[in-house]
Ligand binder design. Sequence first.
Ligand SMILES: [Zn+2]
Length: 226
Amino acid sequence: MNEADKAIDEAEKKLKESRRLAEYYVKNKARLRASNAKWKAENKARLKSYSAGYYLRNKEKIKAAAARWQLANKDKVKVRKAASTIARRALRLASRPETYYSKWHCKNREAVSERQAKWYVENGHIRRDAANRRRAMAESGTCSNDPQIAKWDKSWRNGGLPVRCYWCQGLFQPNKCHTDHIIALSNGGLHRIDNLCIACASCNTRKRNKDISTWNSQIVSPVLLI
Ligand SMILES: [Zn+2]
């Protein structure tokens, strides 16, 4: 028998053997599965330590394979992430006591998010302005409570008298007014007593962080800037 025949013979033998094994497996599937499960159940600790050891020995390989898989299956990853977010949210909600509002919110989730999105499109500037102010205050270190400012603020808020809006010169109840920065913090204004004024709600919301020359052209008594 020459080498080629030998190789063919060998291959046939292997094929036969694997067929025999496959047949045996199909015939005894239920029994094999059961005994496999039994062995696994009895050797949990051993299996655990084996797989932990395997992981440690092949960490880099496993990580690289996972990264490759994630790259090749971006859509699946997206779906899984979304599913896990939903599952986590459901768990979180389930752990909270149910209230009338939470029930209503659950039923009207789409309407709520639609409403929120619409609000943000129309009023996003409110959030952005607040963020700008916070950032400016943090950057200029003006978050601290200045006692002079606090005193002034208290005096007009609790004075029991109507106060005059710095911008429109109208008289308003103090609870309808805000403390306003003459030059907005986000435009480089300082959180100092000489940059503060009383503004009625309407002026304050209209002014937002407009620069002072733009704002001056829209109000009754423009501010004289040196
Ligand atoms: Zn006003």
